[in-house]
Design a protein around this ligand. Structure first.
Ligand SMILES: [Zn+2]
Length: 465
């Protein structure tokens, strides 16, 4: 079946045709590792995973790269301000490297909890400084750069004829607007859209994470790492670049400009895929509103990270998704009822078998339509109404390769909640009183909460369903 993906570069759904038949190279921009990742950050990681799993489901051989920005992220896109890592390190009294390492570990643990496999290559920016320097040098040799004394090496965007094309349609007009707005913050740059490729360390101040380049003491600008590392692991032209929608105006146009000028391959990337933001209660997720939730917050409220994974599936990746605790509850219930219906009956199915099922073909159709997960789940829930064998076959197959929702894993619970024991005690009493209707009602209550009560000679025993 042909896969159609929405390409930001052309602003339309396009048939996916990889550069090399059967093989796909994809790159995702990773969030910076300087704080506890929020459930919003994980929506991007989930999307990268979703794209990779889709391609694998359709039998492509995928190389997925996700960078780890563990260095020198500035406070804004404007190439100024204090280094974020250092700011946090100062606050927490540990070195910038430790901050990066600590949050990287937290992030990778979170991925595991969400059943997101590691990506094939997860290169750290700090370990690819030489590659970044090489790329800056290449751009210098081709006369795309200029030096701002005491500041850094800048990319001259006016030398790139189609700079900003990712902002299409009317990108020239959009660029004019941006330019007018940014003209106030030029900081010695020649043009508002020019950006730093390499920054010199401020005189008299030494940053913790600086490196000595052959020519200058300094550190890379924040766009260059993506071009340097993607070209290293995926060659100088590749199929898919994924990232946040807010990178459409600055970060990604800059990546395109520096890569196409350095490598001379057009287009540098064939398909640009962007996921939209996760909102909270219909608004922005922000520290000042106290609504930045992470996986720990989710678990403290009694949800599994896999309930959150189900929640992410409920929206199309390219649309805004609104997070509320009620919606998470709905996701949790839907996941539970799916588990209940499947009764842990996992069936191993192979490719030729699965392709004979009409139900699977329908599911595949939704996946191939720009990965339309809401429709896919509606179809699954429809299918659940019929209790037939092939449903188990199809869902088992999808679970392995695509859903990864823990649908066939029994939760290990060692402690029996007090509520359940109380119901069981009341039930024994009801039986003694010969009030069998009440006894049955209590048994149902226990079952609804996913426990089973069995009578034995000592009274009863309780086990997890
Ligand atoms: Zn990037």
């Amino acid at each position: 079946m042909k896969l159609y993906l929405y390409n930001t570069l052309t602003r339309q759904k396009e048939e996916f045709v990889p550069i090399i038949p059967g093989k796909v190279g994809m790159y995702s921009c990773w969030p910076t590792v300087y704080r506890d990742p929020s459930i919003g950050n994980y929506r991007a990681t989930f999307t990268a995973d979703l794209i990779r799993n889709t391609l694998k489901l359709l039998w492509y051989q995928v190389t997925a790269v996700m960078n780890i920005t563990d260095v020198w992220h500035l406070t804004s896109d404007a190439d100024d301000g204090e280094d974020k890592m250092e700011k946090w390190a100062k606050r927490e009294w540990i070195s910038a490297f430790d901050v990066a390492k600590r949050y990287e570990t937290i992030f990778r643990d979170g991925m595991k909890q969400l059943n997101i496999d590691e990506f094939d290559v997860m290169p750290r920016a700090t370990e690819h400084i030489v590659d970044q320097i090489e790329l800056v040098k290449k751009l210098e040799e081709k006369w795309y750069t200029y030096v701002v004394e005491g500041d850094g090496i800048y990319m001259d965007t006016t030398k790139v004829e189609d700079y900003g094309k990712l902002m299409w349609p009317n990108y020239k007009k959009r660029l004019e607007e941006l330019n007018a707005w940014e003209r106030i913050n030029m900081w010695g740059k020649k043009h508002p859209t020019d950006f730093a490729l390499w920054k010199f360390s401020p005189v008299g101040e030494k940053r913790q994470m600086e490196r000595e380049s052959p020519r200058w003491i300094g550190f890379p600008g924040w766009h260059i790492e993506c071009s340097a590392m993607s070209s290293k692991y995926l060659w100088q032209q590749f199929d898919i670049h994924h990232g946040w929608a807010d990178h459409i105006t600055i970060h990604h146009p800059n990546e395109i400009a520096q890569s196409e000028c350095a490598f001379g391959k057009y287009p540098w990337v064939k398909y640009w895929i962007h996921n939209e933001f996760l909102q909270v209660d219909g608004g922005k997720m922000s520290k000042s509103l106290w609504n930045v939730y992470n996986l720990k917050d989710i678990e403290e409220k009694g949800f599994s990270p896999l309930d959150l994974r189900y929640f992410y599936f409920m929206a199309q990746y390219g649309n805004f998704q609104n997070f509320t605790w009620d919606w998470l509850e709905a996701a949790k219930n839907a996941r539970r009822s799916l588990i209940k219906k499947l009764k842990w009956k996992y069936v191993s199915v192979n490719k030729s078998q699965i392709e004979t099922y009409e139900f699977y073909k329908k599911i595949e159709e939704f996946i191939c339509d720009n990965i339309n997960t809401p429709k896919l789940f509606a179809e699954i829930n429809n299918g659940l109404k019929e209790n037939v064998d092939w449903l188990h076959h199809v869902i088992s197959y999808l679970e392995d390769k695509f859903l990864k929702l823990g649908l066939f894993e029994q939760e290990i619970v060692t402690e029996i909640p007090a509520e359940i024991t109380a119901f069981a005690d009341q039930r024994i009493q009801a039986k003694k009183d010969k009030n069998y209707a009440l006894a049955d009602e209590l048994r149902n209550k226990i079952t609804e909460l996913w426990w089973n009560v069995k009578d034995n000679k000592d009274g009863y025993e309780i086990e997890k369903i």
